[in-house]
Design a protein around this ligand. Structure first.
Ligand code: C5P
Length: 234
């Protein structure tokens, strides 16, 4: 039996969001934005520990710490790096004392606040016996355009077989360490695994697991989370 761990890289500045507070700390339904995905991961009983990777210069954790108290298995580490891949590598290092080569690691963006327990359970159940691992993703529904620097269309890109990658991305501890060591210039973990010649599996999710990136995204995230609470009678 292999164990499951999670890494949440949350050391980015969130510059596309504007404003002074890093986006992972923006208020969302009365909690810091990053609390929401941490609460979901804490609710997945198979995940034993969640390494939350923060910037060494993080000036906001202290104010948020009271909100985070009580989240099962949370391990904050202040070793985030200059890139997302550096921060994920710092999370892998933080798990070194417990994780074996064959254990599973789920890497999840702090900014995907609307992740649900059901989505994580589906990912784990689908990939538990997979030789490579994989990620949540959604098939592209819109027509895709390639643009020049002046926002003029230069090509229409066929959308057949195109998927939008989400997180969590789930790979075995040993493979992920090797992939990010050899191929650090990637924007997600699957990219590093692909560079090793492997084919991660795409597990169909839905658009609610979007990444809060622009100011208007916060209101949408609040609506999705509130609708779930209302449906659950909370
Ligand atoms: O910038 P982007 O939205 O792609 O970031 C995805 C995730 O990676 C966010 O949760 C962000 O905080 C994290 N990140 C990080 N360290 C960095 C850059 C991004 O942990 N240096």
């Amino acid at each position: 039996m292999h164990s499951f761990y999670a890494i949440v890289p949350a050391a980015g500045s969130g510059s596309r969001m504007g404003g002074g507070l890093p986006k992972q700390y923006l208020p969302l339904l009365g909690r810091p934005l990053l609390w929401h995905c941490l609460n979901t991961l804490a609710g997945v009983s198979r995940i034993q520990r969640v390494a939350l990777v923060l910037s060494p210069d993080d000036a906001h954790w202290r104010d948020a710490a009271a909100d985070m108290a009580g989240l099962r298995g949370l391990q904050p580490v202040f070793t985030g790096g200059a890139t997302r891949a550096d921060s994920v590598k710092a999370g892998l290092a933080a798990l070194r004392d417990v994780a074996n080569e064959g254990d599973w690691v789920l890497v999840h963006d702090a900014a995907r606040a609307c992740l649900s327990v059901a989505q994580v359970e589906c990912l784990i159940d689908t990939l538990a016996d997979d030789p490579v691992g994989g990620l949540l993703a959604v098939p592209v529904a819109d027509t895709l355009k390639r643009a020049d620097t002046g926002s003029r269309v230069v090509a229409t890109v066929p959308r057949e077989a195109m998927w939008q990658a989400q997180t969590p991305q789930m790979f075995r501890y040993g493979l992920l360490c090797e992939a990010l060591e050899r191929f650090p210039a990637v924007t997600d973990e699957a990219g590093a695994v692909e560079a090793m010649g492997l084919s991660p599996r795409l597990v169909a999710a839905d658009a609610t697991n979007f990444k809060v990136t622009y100011p208007q995204d916060l209101a949408l995230a609040a609506q999705i989370l509130q609708a779930r609470r209302d449906a659950a009678g909370d």
